[in-house]
Design a protein around this ligand. Structure first.
Ligand SMILES: Cc1cc2nc3c(=O)[nH]c(=O)nc-3n(C[C@H](O)[C@H](O)[C@H](O)COP(=O)(O)O)c2cc1C
Length: 363
């Protein structure tokens, strides 16, 4: 079905195609036949369940941040089979993001380049929308720094978003790894990182006091850190009491792309996602696994486009995986296909649960 639809969608500017797909998902989820269509071929099997950072996930495959920045289509996305949906990045202040065009397809590389720049309606508006939304999938909320906030005031800016959004989040993500907000990635340095992680966790405790345990806080890191810096960041995260690490965000590297250099130059700045990211995402996962020794749950993202690639990440130490770009190239049926493939492999290899698979590579 998507094979028929894709050429039409790919004739639209990428951001228009994205907005159209989001609206379609949102609309389809409002009717029972719509939900049936979205969920066709999605297995619901208890063997796919994963326990990570105190949350029982129905499946290991989630939607990565950036697809649904404002939490507009969480029910439609859940119907596609995602075991969790990470919305955001949300910032404390509403912001329009960078001027368009800011999203580009690289079909020869099965990749995208984006410099969206955290376009989002702001933490208060997203909280108001979530308050009106019936309960749905396991919701992660990814938080970033507002562009207008100076880097030195980042901790307070993140905390303001936490105050608005913690009550709606099953987990929170501190995003210090987008390449599209000036200076953001310097917040991965140990001193600012410690301050932000402390302040976010404190704000999460305060925002949920009296209503239960605060949502666990995860950290999302960039693929462009050197391996030694990945180890340092993992150490800071562990000391700061973070519940897990999500690796990786998009890369500023243009290495190894098939897309002609001239086209890349015309596109300009932005982060690359999709197939070209797979190799580095695997490496970062391996470095994190080595640095944390399996004590900190890891979420792998970057170039995952099949059950085989997801399995590889699980074996390499990921508890969960996330997908974004492959959804654009392979279509919404990808999620069910991945889950069926994972189940088939569990059966072939005689695993009763995914806990038996995570971290077995090199063990
Ligand atoms: C258009 C677009 C927007 C994104 N926006 C965000 C974002 O707001 N916050 C974030 O943490 N990651 C964002 N990402 C990064 C993805 O969450 C993911 O880390 C990255 O794309 C690698 O996964 P993939 O290869 O499956 O796409 C974005 C990615 C794309 C393609």
């Amino acid at each position: 079905m998507y094979r028929l639809l894709r050429p039409a969608l790919f004739r639209l500017p990428p951001e228009s195609a994205h907005d159209l797909a989001t609206s379609a998902l949102r609309l389809a989820a409002t009717t029972p036949p719509g939900r049936t269509v979205l969920g066709a071929g999605v297995p619901a099997d208890p063997r796919l369940a994963v326990d990570a950072f105190g949350i029982g996930f129905p499946s290991p495959v989630g939607l990565a941040a950036g697809f649904d920045k404002g939490g507009r289509a969480i029910h439609g996305l859940a119907a596609l089979g995602f075991g969790h949906v990470e919305i955001g990045t949300v910032t404390a202040h509403p912001q329009p993001g960078n001027p368009r065009p800011r999203l580009f397809r690289l079909p020869a590389d099965r990749a995208l380049i984006n410099r969206m720049g955290f376009n989002n309606p702001g933490a208060e508006a997203v909280a108001a929308r979530l308050a009106r939304t019936p309960p749905g999938p396991i919701l992660g909320i990814n938080l970033g720094k507002s562009r207008v906030t100076p880097l030195e005031e980042a901790a307070a800016d993140y905390a303001a978003s936490v105050r608005a959004l913690a009550p709606f989040a099953r987990y929170l993500v501190v995003n210090v790894s987008s390449p599209n907000t000036p200076g953001l990635r310097t917040l991965q340095d140990p001193a600012p990182l410690r301050e932000i992680l402390g302040s976010v966790q404190e704000a999460a405790r305060a925002a949920t006091a009296g209503t239960g345990a605060p949502p666990p806080v995860l950290l999302k890191i960039a693929p462009d850190l050197a391996d030694a810096d990945v180890e340092t960041v993992a150490g800071v995260a562990a000391e700061s009491g973070v519940a897990g690490i999500i690796a990786v965000n998009t890369t500023i590297s243009r290495e190894g792309l098939r897309t002609p250099a001239q086209r890349l130059e015309t596109i300009g700045a932005g982060g690359v996602s999709g197939a070209p990211l797979a190799l580095r995402a695997r490496e970062v996962l391996r470095v994190l696994r080595g640095a944390t020794g399996g004590r900190l749950p890891l979420v792998s993202v970057g170039g995952i486009d099949s059950a085989e690639e997801a399995w590889l990440r699980l074996e390499a130490g990921a508890s969960l995986v996330q997908v974004y770009t492959a959804l654009i190239y392979r279509g919404p049926g990808l999620v069910g296909e991945m889950l069926r493939g994972i189940l088939a492999r569990m059966e072939r290899e005689g695993h009763a649960s995914l806990a038996e698979v995570t971290g077995t590579a090199g063990a």
